[in-house]
Write a protein that binds this ligand. Sequence first.
Ligand code: SF4
Length: 446
Amino acid sequence: MKRVYIKTYGCQMNERDSEAVAAMLLRRGFALAPDEFSADAVLLNTCSVRELAESKAVGKAGHLCRLRKKSPDFLIGIMGCMAQNRGDALLTQVRGGVDLVVGTQQAHRIPEFLEELFARPNRGAPILALDAAEGSQEEIKDHLRCRPSAFISIQQGCDMRCSYCIVPKTRGRERSRSLAGIVAEATKLAEGGTKEITLLGQIVTSYGRNLYPKIGDKSPFVQLVEAVHDIEGIERVRFTSPHPHGFGPDLIDAFARLPKLCPFVHLPLQSGSNRVLKAMKRPYTRERYLEIVNALRAARPDISFCTDIIVGFPGETQEDFEQTAELFDTVKFEMAYIFKYSPRAGTPAAELTQALIPDEVMQQRNQILLEKLERYSLTANEKLVGTTQRILVEAPARKGQNIWMGFNPQHRKVLFETPPNTHPEGQLLNLKIERASAATLFGVME
Ligand code: SF4
């Protein structure tokens, strides 16, 4: 039986794709290897969002070629965004070459490609599969097991054209899965013990807009959230990533109406300066962003916010940055993904070479926001000391015996100790919070 190891870089979409491919491989008679050294084939599921992520994956692929010395039949495959972005150039860019390059819309065919490669008497020519395939969305539905909290991929691709972003190139046009297919997947997961579903996509709030009409004022995305919310056994619903553009009154109202919709929103800001937002081609202003935050707080007073911010977008002045910092102070984000701008070839922003911000300035701005994040995160967590939090227990904590990890509805991580031989995975428990750090709450069972 051939053993395959999958190494994943990048976002939750990639994590989810890797899991689905792993489950498909098991179904087709492959085994999963715990590391590259015990594998007959390694798949690198890659990311293109920043240059560093691509260089790491190319370096790793080159390094893997050494394993061919021990076993000439050893196969190396590259899938995901970098495979789509660089395509056949990878055949020469990776020292030693690769056997398989699979784009983002062909991942469901990986078992078939590996079977073909393993059946060959010699390595032969590499397989390249980079086509866009309408309908392949439905294929990414297999799970390795029904975890307490599961991700469901609901759409891929993006029709927005943010000037810095490579995603429209790597993931293609917006494509949504059928509502019935998603509900069937969530129902199956619920029957297997899953309690929390996170609806996943590049731009989830655009879900189904080319497939389904609005019903009354409800967008197809809100219709989907309601359908998953109503599944028996599902106790929590989340989604990521939305676009501020998608927060119409119907979605804001959903937070007030649907108790299982968790009071946690990942709302990408990118910049707090209207001038920079315009240059980024983000179709909202700082005023509109704050309006959404305030409307969501009115609908759900216990809501907490996470965001994405890019510092050092070409031409970002000190004043632009201060507007971002000020907006950060206003919202008091408790979680944030803060990145230094990384030019991606083929995007309009990559042409703005005259306006590049020096790295030390980007670093300084990055640090200022990270310090704010640490402060707001800690303050929010400290407020929860002495309260009782409802936790979905997900897994044993990485460190410590009999320590388990779960999340509250606002997605704050909680660690707690249990008596030996206790297995609370998948349970919803009430925990009394005893202490807090910026990243973690520490609780005890009531
Ligand atoms: S909305 Fe998100 S995925 Fe789409 S182009 Fe903009 S940043 Fe990229």
